[in-house]
Design a protein around this ligand. Structure first.
Ligand SMILES: [Zn+2]
Length: 148
């Protein structure tokens, strides 16, 4: 399933306005359209997103630790994959959900990993982890709220 076609309230409202009359996020109650961008930055989902990021970092760390430079730390990997600011974290979440990868991150990975194969493994694992966690944690919780 494509994340672009995710039946967010904004999309449902667009596709079936008679059935779905509202399109704002039901998690936070702010007057924000529920779409991928908002689901990446919604204040009510911030704690869940932090868990998703930490889980993903640990996963990548376990599989790449032996391929990394000696003084490279897990915090460095976190900075690399999710940036250093809140704004950057939101931006990368959006990209990973769409299956995209920031060129800047790619170039930084090239400096840390020598083999191209390892870089594509990291890219695939990161994207998979973010998308899977999004479904299991964010989307499921949101769906339960819609049904209520
Ligand atoms: Zn919200």
């Amino acid at each position: 399933m494509s994340f672009r076609m995710l039946p967010t309230l904004e999309n449902l409202n667009l596709w079936k306005p008679k059935i779905m009359s509202f399109r704002n996020c039901i998690m936070c109650g702010d007057e924000e359209k529920e779409n991928l961008n908002h689901l990446s930055s919604c204040k009510k989902l911030e704690k869940t997103w932090k868990e998703i990021e930490n889980f993903t970092i640990k996963l990548i760390w376990i599989t790449t630790e032996d391929k990394l430079q000696k003084d490279y730390k897990i915090q460095d990997l976190k900075k690399l994959l999710f940036g250093t600011s809140h704004k950057e974290a939101i931006k990368t979440r959006c990209l990973y959900m769409r299956g995209l990868f920031d060129r800047l991150i790619f170039n930084q990975l090239k400096q840390v990993f020598t083999r191209r194969k390892h870089i594509s493994e990291i890219i695939n694992a990161t994207t998979f982890s973010i998308q899977e966690c999004f479904y299991q944690l964010v989307w499921r919780e949101r769906c339960e709220k819609v049904i209520e």
